[in-house]
Write a protein that binds this ligand. Structure first.
Ligand SMILES: Cc1ncc(COP(=O)(O)O)c(C=O)c1O
Ligand SMILES: N[C@@H](CCCC[NH3+])C(=O)O
Length: 419
C-alpha cells in the first residue's frame, strides 16, 4: 500500500495534489511519500520481530537522498553503503557509524581508509585480496575492522540477469568452495576481526525459494566455520525482496520473508543484518512528468512524448523494466500508446503499445514505483540536467533535492587556454 491515490479525480501524494507540486517545482520531478517510507520501514521490521535484535541497514544505493535517509534513521535504520560517497551521505543523515555496513566489490584504498576512520560497524569483504588490503590499512591506522566474508552461494535468483549477484559467474563474493580457506586466512590477519558471513543474491526477487536456498547454504557454512574453530556471531542476509511494478502483480510479502528467515536461521545463534532497498523505497516514490506533445505514427498507436527521459528514470531502458503510467487527472478514457522521452535514442522508451490513460499535450502523468533506483541512477545525458526531488508529509511538501540545470553542470567544465 502506498500513499499515491486519486482524490476527487486528481492523483495526490498523501494530502498534496500532484498538480500543486508540478506548479511549484516544475516537471519532471520525483515525489516521495514520507508516510509510505515509514510504513514500509515498520512493516519490514515487524516482519523480523521473531528474530533476536536484527539490524536493518537500508541499501543507500536504492535512494540516497538525505531526507529519505533521515526518515529511515528516525525509524532506527542503519545503512548499507557501497562507496565513500554513500558513507558520507549516511553519516550526514545522522546515522551512527556503528550502524553502517560497507558492501561492494571494488572498495578503493581511500574508501577503506575513510570507513575505518569513521569507525563503521562492519565491512563485508568481497575477496581475499580486499581482506589483506583492509588488514594492512587497519594495522597502519591502529584500528580493528569488524568483518563478514561475503559468500557467493551459486544460486540462481531468477531475476533480471543484470541484477543477479549470487551466481558463480557473477563478480560478487567468494565462491562457497573457497570460503573455508579464505575465512581462515583472513582470520589470522591482525587488524581484522572476522565475525561472520554475508550473502546477497540479487534484486527484485519474486520468489523466496532462491533466497531460502542461499540462506541454507550460509547456515551450513556457519556450522563448517565453527567446526574449524571460528567464532561466528554475525550473518548478513542482504536485501533483494521484489516489489510489484504492475498493478495486480504479486510478490512475496515481508511477513512471508520474515517467517522463512526465522525458520531457516533458527539455530544459527547470530545477530542478523538485513539490507533492504527496493522494498522500502520503491513504492514510496513516483516520477511526475508532463506530456510535451503527442505524435501520430502512421497507422500505429501515437507516441506520447513526455518531459521525463531515460536519463531521469533509467530502468526501462536498462532492463526493459515496466513502470505503471497513469494520468494525474484521468478522464476515464484509455488509449493504446507508445510513451517515450525526448532523448535521441530509440531506447528512450517507457512503454510500447501500452493501454494507458489517454494523455494529451500538457497533461501530467506519473511513473509509479520510482522511489528506488530512480533519481539515484539519473544522468545528465543530452545535457538535460538532474531532476529535483520532493518529499511529501501529510499536506506539506519540501524540495529535498534541487533541480540541477544543464548550465550548472556546464559550469564545472573548462576549456584549456591552449585550445
Ligand atoms: C550488497 C547489496 N545489498 C543490498 C542491496 C539492496 O537490494 P534490494 O534493493 O533489492 O533490496 C543490493 C542491491 O541489489 C546489494 O548489492
Ligand atoms: N538498479 C537495479 C537494482 C540493482 C540493485 C543493486 N545491487 C534496478 O533498478 O532494478
Amino acid at each position: 500500500m502506498d500513499h499515491f491515490e486519486l482524490r476527487d479525480g486528481i492523483l495526490h501524494a498523501e494530502d498534496v495534489p500532484l498538480p500543486a507540486i508540478a506548479e511549484a517545482v516544475g516537471t519532471p520531478v520525483y515525489v516521495y511519500s514520507r508516510a509510505t517510507l515509514v510504513r514500509h520501514a515498520r512493516v519490514f521490521r515487524e516482519a523480523l520481530s521473531a528474530l533476536d535484535k536484527p539490524h536493518v541497514a537500508f541499501a543507500v544505493k536504492a535512494n540516497p537522498n538525505l531526507a529519505v535517509l533521515s526518515v529511515l534513521r528516525q525509524e532506527g535504520y542503519g545503512a548499507d553503503v557501497v562507496s565513500g560517497g554513500e558513507l558520507t551521505r549516511a553519516l550526514a543523515a545522522g546515522m551512527a557509524p556503528a550502524d553502517v555496513v560497507f558492501s561492494g566489490v571494488g572498495k578503493t584504498h581511500d574508501e577503506l581508509v575513510q570507513a575505518l576512520e569513521a569507525g563503521i560497524g562492519q565491512f563485508n569483504i568481497e575477496s581475499e585480496e580486499e581482506g589483506y588490503e583492509l588488514a594492512a590499512i587497519a594495522r597502519r591506522m591502529g584500528r580493528q575492522a569488524a568483518c563478514a566474508l561475503r559468500v557467493n552461494p551459486d544460486v540462481d535468483a531468477r531475476t533480471h540477469e543484470k541484477i543477479s549477484t549470487g551466481k558463480r559467474e557473477n563478480k560478487f563474493g567468494v565462491p562457497l568452495d573457497r570460503t573455508g580457506a579464505v575465512y581462515a586466512a583472513l582470520d589470522r590477519e591482525e587488524g581484522l576481526q572476522m565475525r561472520g558471513v554475508a550473502v546477497h543474491i540479487g534484486s527484485q526477487l519474486g520468489d523466496l525459494e532462491p533466497l531460502e536456498s542461499a540462506f541454507s547454504k550460509l547456515g551450513a557454512l556457519i556450522a563448517e566455520l565453527r567446526g574449524q574453530g571460528h567464532t561466528i556471531t554475525h550473518a548478513d542476509l542482504g536485501g533483494g525482496l521484489g516489489v510489484p511494478y504492475k498493478a495486480g502483480e504479486s510478490m512475496p510479502s515481508p511477513a512471508q520473508y520474515g517467517a522463512m528467515v526465522a525458520r531457516v536461521t533458527r539455530d544459527w545463534g547470530v545477530q542478523l543484518t538485513f539490507e533492504p532497498g527496493r522494498i522500502i523505497a520503491g513504492n514510496a516514490g513516483i516520477l511526475l512528468t508532463r506530456v510535451i506533445r503527442t505524435k501520430r505514427s502512421g497507422n500505429g498507436p501515437p507516441f506520447v512524448i513526455v518531459d521525463a527521459a531515460m536519463n531521469d528514470l533509467a530502468r526501462p531502458a536498462m532492463y526493459g523494466a515496466w513502470h505503471d503510467i497513469e494520468a494525474v487527472a484521468p478522464s476515464g478514457e484509455k488509449t493504446m500508446a507508445h510513451v517515450v522521452g525526448p532523448i535521441c535514442e530509440t531506447g528512450d522508451t517507457f512503454a510500447m503499445d501500452r493501454k494507458t490513460d489517454t494523455l494529451s499535450a500538457g497533461d501530467l502523468a506519473v511513473f509509479r514505483t520510482a522511489g528506488a533506483y530512480g533519481a539515484t541512477m539519473a544522468s545528465s545525458y543530452n545535457s538535460r540536467g538532474f531532476v529535483p526531488e520532493v518529499l511529501v508529509d501529510g499536506d506539506r511538501f519540501a524540495v529535498v533535492a534541487d533541480r540541477i540545470p544543464a548550465d550548472t553542470i556546464m559550469n564545472v567544465e573548462r576549456v584549456p587556454d591552449w585550445l
